[in-house]
Design a protein. Structure first.
Length: 117
């Protein structure tokens, strides 16, 4: 009878331990899935915001003013009778020379030789 009580107690403790292990494992899995769900919801929200921005760009692209601006800027198109005027980046002033224009350029090997010696 004593052996039966010890065996019965061992089985109860074993089943209790197994039950606690399974509950803990299931709880951890639920927490991980909840965290994953939160991350996916954030990603969905970011995608919705990106979709809204892209829809605004598409709507702006349908505007005739936008189409004309792109045609002028990217394709260099003009209307009949217009003249294109190109303004250089650095306008040169008559009689004024820049520092680079007064010095003749030396070959690279000469510049390296001066640097080393």
């Amino acid at each position: 009878m004593k052996l039966f009580n010890n065996l019965k107690t061992a089985i109860i403790f074993g089943l209790g331990g197994l039950l606690i292990f399974n509950i803990t494992k299931t709880t951890l899995e639920i927490l991980k899935k909840g965290e994953r769900l939160t991350n996916l919801e954030k990603e969905v929200e970011q995608m919705r915001q990106q979709k809204a921005r892209l829809e605004q760009k598409v709507a702006a692209a349908d505007d005739p003013a936008f189409i004309e601006k792109e045609a002028r800027d990217r394709l260099k198109m003009i209307k009949p009778g217009e003249t294109i005027v190109v303004i250089p980046d650095q306008p040169e002033v008559a009689g004024v020379e820049t520092a680079n224009s007064t010095q003749p350029l030396e070959p690279n090997w000469m510049q390296w030789l001066e640097l080393i010696i």
